[in-house]
Design a protein around this ligand. Structure first.
Ligand code: ZN
Ligand code: ZN
Ligand code: ZN
Length: 141
């Protein structure tokens, strides 16, 4: 079953092509790293996973282009650097554990509530949460 070996790749090739980008191995590796990760990755983390195929400068460049053409989303968790995840998931937010660094996607947004509350039409917003994850809470007690 050769086709099912890597189900996600054909889609990526098409997306890259739509953006006028060649599906080069380094670019594919960066996208794969993001697809295989359960949490949004920083450029440094992506570099650790893909350094056999690419270098830091190319990763930064790729991520910028990917974000511009909607392949990835930028996530700012106030860490002094950005994280990235594959775009296409429904709009959502993130929560980060201050203790172990675990990050979870939160599938709710209060934008509509805020619009209702204020009468504003919101153009952009960013909401991040920091706390202590259930695992770390368990270890504390
Ligand atoms: Zn934790
Ligand atoms: Zn997410
Ligand atoms: Zn939101």
């Amino acid at each position: 079953m050769q086709i099912s070996r890597n189900k996600k790749l054909p889609g990526i090739n098409i997306k890259l092509n739509e953006c006028g980008l060649k599906a080069t191995l380094p670019r594919i590796k960066v996208v794969e790293a993001l697809q295989n990760s359960k949490k949004p990755l920083s450029a440094a983390e992506i570099y650790k996973l893909t350094k056999k195929y690419t270098d830091r400068a190319s990763i930064y460049r790729s991520l910028r282009v990917f974000t511009e053409c909607g392949i990835t989303d930028e996530i700012n968790l106030n860490e002094g650097f950005l994280r990235y995840e594959i775009s296409g998931k429904k709009h959502h937010h993130h929560i980060k554990c201050d203790n172990c660094g675990a990050i979870k996607c939160i599938d709710i947004c209060i934008k509509l509530d805020v619009e209702k509350l204020t009468g504003y039409r919101i153009n952009k917003h960013s909401i991040e949460f920091n706390g202590v994850c259930p695992n770390c809470l368990k270890n504390y007690s």
